[in-house]
Design a protein around this ligand. Structure first.
Ligand SMILES: CC(C)(COP(=O)(O)OP(=O)(O)OC[C@H]1O[C@@H](n2cnc3c(N)ncnc32)[C@H](O)[C@@H]1OP(=O)(O)O)[C@@H](O)C(=O)NCCC(=O)NCCS
Length: 174
């Protein structure tokens, strides 16, 4: 399996992968593919951090990391991890893990310092994510404390920031 940056010609296939991945997902409104489309057209988009997992020329999964800011501190380069999608018949085979690890490594290489995710604590803690509240970081919406998580890509990065996460407006548009 290969992990690589998405290309324009992949967009229709990625849309299908996202739709199928979230088809039966709890806590989903099945509009994640539209969010990805909006984010691609926004200033938050980083082409190198929108990745696909591919095997024998078939796209099996996708992940996207986009720019956010935390509190009033603009100097710490932060990202949101969302969404992650793996085709249902390929789930639980390590593809999500591989996409997540690759994206975090690439983000570190590009000089990003922290990542925020809203998701299952049992899943994301394996990558080192901790409740964002431990860093004094809060979500701009109601969310269970343990589901809103943060990761330092650079040691100490989150000691310099606190406050509310500002997502790009594309996250809240319908
Ligand atoms: C969540 C998702 C991206 C994980 O990718 P994956 O390739 O199936 O997962 P991996 O094989 O890397 O990891 C499997 C582990 O994740 C756990 N897992 C899978 N889906 C999960 C979910 N929705 N919530 C919590 N844990 C989950 C499995 O129980 C397994 O745990 P284990 O390693 O302790 O046995 C994938 O299942 C998916 O696309 N789900 C539907 C869309 C979704 O919910 N996306 C995440 C929110 S943005």
């Amino acid at each position: 399996m290969q992990i690589r940056a998405e290309q324009k010609e992949d967009f229709p296939t990625i849309e299908l992968v996202i739709l199928k991945a979230f088809e039966n997902a709890e806590m989903s409104d099945q509009t994640e593919h539209q969010l990805v489309g909006r984010l691609r057209d926004s200033d938050a988009y980083i082409p190198e951090l929108s990745l696909v997992a591919e095997e024998k020329y078939e796209i099996l999964g996708h992940i996207m990391l986009t720019k956010i800011s935390i509190g009033e501190e603009e100097s710490v380069k932060s990202l949101a991890l969302a969404p992650v999608s793996v085709l249902p018949s390929y789930q639980n085979q390590g593809i999500g893990k591989s996409l997540t690890e690759h994206s975090l490594e690439k983000a570190r290489e590009l000089g990003y310092e922290s990542v925020i995710v809203l998701g299952h604590p049992g899943y994301y803690s394996k990558f080192g994510f901790q409740p964002a509240s431990q860093y004094g970081i809060t979500a701009p919406f109601e969310v269970p404390d343990e589901a809103f998580m943060a990761l330092e890509l650079k040691r100490g990065a989150l000691e310099k920031v606190s406050g509310t996460v500002h997502y790009s407006p594309e996250f809240s548009q319908e």
